[in-house]
Design a protein around this ligand. Structure first.
Ligand SMILES: *Cc1c(COP(=O)(O)O)cnc(C)c1O
Length: 385
């Protein structure tokens, strides 16, 4: 039997059984771009979250940019953001015409704390807005960080790309936010392939996002082609091309029915990692002080010294891993735009960022695959002495 085992992938998207049927139905319907499926997906996702309004868009990155644009901030405004985040979230701030101000993290939770937010807000002078992020699936305390930044809740955007399934005090992350951005990218907890959404408590904000996701047109083409629809439309704001298609939405609706089961599977895998990896030398397991908090377990992030060597050893042993994230302040483009002083203002991010390692974690990870991860990691650490 196979002595040459295949590599355990870092991530594999799961798909619901009825995804193919759902896609074929849309193709046969004669309407494939934004239309009835998108409207239904928005309603389904709003129901899942318990959110007042959901607007489906092309990606979480465009969701962030649409939210920033809809806030109508003066050009060049200071926008707080964790430096330990995905580059797309930083790009969104820059594309919206604003200035990212980097916020350091709390080393246990890997997200900004009220203290790090307050420090960055002071450095910025008076920040106009803030993006907070649920790193790995840990839901940030949005009201506490909003207060620390001295901002109104209408100037805070929650990046929930890691967070469908996360929650606080029984409520889903993003469900009561003024602006919460979700990702349905291939690797995320609710994978469509590509896609995103804005959830908001505010009808007017939802309307503005809805208009600006499609060029700023006053009526989308589906509505213009409906019986009694008119060819006439106006452009009131210069929008983006950032709509979701009905093909994506149909996939999303089928996927959503599986999400609770997939989230339970993630939690089981996490419990197994916790038990098997506890006490390994040099290893710090993900933060476990979760009172009142439901972690979405998008990522299982450990901290380990000499991480880069370990990544190579694990790869050689047939286990793929990843890093979330290389801090934004270390990237060439942001260093040149923001300057060395700003990029040198997040020491905990720099120190912890060197040690972060994400292990394979996805609903389709088999017990055998997980055992191989555990064995490879255990052996690699043991041989270090
Ligand atoms: C994946 C990700 C994004 C971007 O999501 P897209 O849908 O690919 O644009 C934004 N923020 C974070 C934290 C992410 O991990």
């Amino acid at each position: 039997m196979g002595h040459e085992q295949t590599t355990v992938p870092f991530t594999v998207p799961s798909f619901a059984d009825d995804v193919s049927d759902a896609v074929v139905k849309v193709l046969d319907s004669g309407w494939v771009t934004t239309g009835p499926q998108t409207a239904s997906f928005e309603q389904d996702f709003a129901d899942y979250l318990g959110a007042a309004h959901v607007v489906a868009v092309a990606s979480c990155t465009t969701a962030l940019e649409l939210c920033l644009r809809a806030m109508d901030l003066p050009p060049g405004s200071a926008v707080l953001t964790p430096s330990l985040t995905f580059c797309g979230a930083i790009n969104a701030i820059l594309h919206a015409g604003h200035r990212p101000v980097l916020v350091d993290i709390d080393e246990d939770t890997l997200v900004p704390s009220p203290a790090t937010v307050a420090a960055a807000a002071e450095r910025a002078g008076r920040p106009a807005a803030m993006v907070v992020q649920n790193q790995g699936g840990y839901p940030v305390d949005v009201p506490a960080l909003t207060e620390a930044a001295g901002l109104d809740r209408t100037r805070v955007i929650e990046d929930v790309a890691h967070g469908p399934g996360a929650g606080r005090d029984g409520a889903h992350a993003g469900s009561s936010s003024y602006a919460a951005c979700f990702s349905f990218y291939a690797t995320k907890n609710l994978p469509i392939g590509e896609g995103g959404a804005v959830a908001t408590s505010d009808q007017d904000f939802a309307d503005r996002i809805r208009a600006t996701r499609l060029h700023g047109m006053s009526k989308d083409s589906w509505r213009r082609y409906l019986p009694g629809g008119s060819w006439r439309y106006d452009v009131r704001n210069v929008g983006l091309k950032a709509n979701m298609t009905d093909i994506q939405a149909a996939i999303g609706r089928a996927q959503l029915t599986m999400l609770p089961r997939w989230q339970r599977r993630r939690a089981e895998l996490v419990a197994r990692y916790d038990e098997a990896l506890a006490g390994l030398p040099g290893l710090v397991l993900p933060q476990r002080n979760l009172g009142g908090v439901r972690h979405a377990w998008h990522l299982y992030q450990i901290r380990v010294p000499e991480r880069d060597a370990l990544i190579a050893e694990l790869e050689a042993a047939g286990v793929s891993t990843s890093v979330h994230f290389i801090p934004a302040n270390q990237m060439t483009a942001y260093r040149s735009i923001l300057g060395a002083e700003e990029c040198g203002s997040v020491p905990v991010t720099d120190r912890v960022g060197e040690e972060l390692l994400s292990l394979p974690l996805y609903p389709g990870l088999s017990p055998d695959g997980q055992d191989r991860v555990i064995t490879a990691l255990t052996e690699a650490l043991r041989t270090r002495g």
